[in-house]
Write a protein that binds this ligand. Structure first.
Ligand code: ST9
Ligand code: ZN
Ligand code: ZN
Length: 334
């Protein structure tokens, strides 16, 4: 994995695998050195390796023996799980960009559990850190540590001590007060296997006589792997390659490819500039945003309300002040 970016240097030290700050104040010179040793988590490495091998076998089964409907169903489940992450864990619970009535919360918590990205309260804690301490050691998937680290490497090693230290300042009281979040966290180890793996495997077998083997490798393991990688693309690709029309001083970018697969979460320069906007993008310019269309639908039927957004005027001022000049508004303006 790429070395850490900050003023900390990465030093291998067998005796002390933890992070160690050594700040010595000398009369004319402040020597700031630190030792940080990445600690791999072999359990995760083995599990993810196995999952990926199983997914390759799943792809083989898709083209050799699985029924077409099983593959379509797996793609549908990936999209449903994605919706739980984008509209639920991300825009509703982490950013509080809109409010939801209980039927929508119920739907979102089921979809989120289907995506198995850990309980919402843990997901939101890391994501609030990601926004507050973006691209620093306190960002759990600091993109300055390289593509692999921010894509999935951060799940294969212990978190940087700065994450845990600075994370103490993150307020999660709103989430601890939400009964849906509390219930999910409390019963996660029962709910997650049931919703993410057991039911998705049994449904094709029961309803359209798919073999359990195809069902398990395609609808459960391959589908889960796809959902993970699409989510991770937001942390990697959408932090590395694309335009910065709203704020050129930050890493996140606008990326059409990521938005297509991640239900509209690839407009990441906008999102990091205006994280409270329920659209996570400027929908007028960029219509590829399935999550926003779905939230709009739920607002129409009254299940979503108090949708927060940003005025055109505020966006335009920001584009002129900090954008990289690629926003269409800039060419019309001059
Ligand atoms: C997965 C998550 O894949 C993916 C999240 C992606 C986020 C994307 C964001 C993009 C935005 C837009 C959404 C787009 C969506 C598009 C969808 C399209 C499909 N603050 O974590 P531990 C403390 S999950 C404060 O174990 P280690 C705390 O005391 C995949 N404190 O750290 C904690 O104890 P507790 C499935 C913090 O030991 C203690 O440290 N899941 C914070 O270093 C220990 O915490 C997995 O694979 C903080 N932020 O281990 C599991 N963090 O929790 C993967 C920690 O009791 N994770 N503390 O309070 C792990 O195994 C471990 O977390 C680890 C680190 C090995 C990575
Ligand atoms: Zn980001
Ligand atoms: Zn966010």
């Amino acid at each position: 994995m790429a070395p850490n970016n900050s003023n900390c240097s990465e030093v291998l030290n067998e005796d002390n695998l933890e992070f160690e700050h050594q700040n010595e104040l000398k009369p004319e010179l402040e020597i700031k050195s630190s030792k940080y040793k990445m600690r791999l988590v072999w359990r995760n490495i083995i599990l993810f390796l196995t999952l990926h091998l199983a997914s390759v076998y799943g792809i083989y089964l898709i083209f050799t023996s699985a029924k077409l409907i099983t593959t379509i169903y797996a793609i549908f489940l990936y999209q449903a799980g994605a919706f739980g992450i984008t509209a639920g864990a991300h825009r509703l619970w982490t950013h509080r960009a809109y409010k939801a009535k209980w039927p929508l919360k119920l739907l979102l918590i089921i979809c989120d559990t289907l995506a198995f990205q850990d309980a919402v309260i843990d997901w939101a804690r890391d994501h609030r850190m990601h926004h507050k301490f973006s691209e620093t050691d306190a960002d759990p998937h600091n993109a300055k540590r390289g593509f692999f680290f921010c894509h999935m490497g951060w799940l294969l090693c212990r978190k940087h001590p700065e994450v845990k230290e600075k994370g103490k300042s993150i307020d999660l009281s709103d989430l601890s007060a939400d009964p849906f979040i509390r219930f999910q966290k409390r019963y996660y180890l029962i709910l997650m296997p049931l919703v993410c793996f057991v039911l998705p495997t049994l449904i094709p077998w029961y309803f359209w006589n798919e073999s359990l083997l195809n069902s398990w490798f395609v609808a459960s393991l391959w589908r889960y792997t796809v959902t993970l990688h699409v989510t991770w693309l937001v942390n990697s690709v959408a932090h590395l390659w694309g335009a910065r029309p709203y704020d050129k001083t930050i890493n996140p970018v606008e990326n059409l490819f990521v938005s297509l697969f991640a239900l509209g979460e690839g407009w990441h320069n906008y999102h990091h500039t205006f994280p409270w906007d329920y659209k996570a993008a400027e929908i007028g310019h960029w219509r590829i945003n399935v999550t926003t269309h779905l939230i709009n639908f739920f607002a129409k039927i009254g299940w979503a309300y108090d949708l927060k957004t940003v005025s055109d005027d505020m966006i335009q001022k920001r584009v002129l002040r900090t954008g990289d000049g690629t926003h269409p508004f800039v060419s019309n303006y001059h």
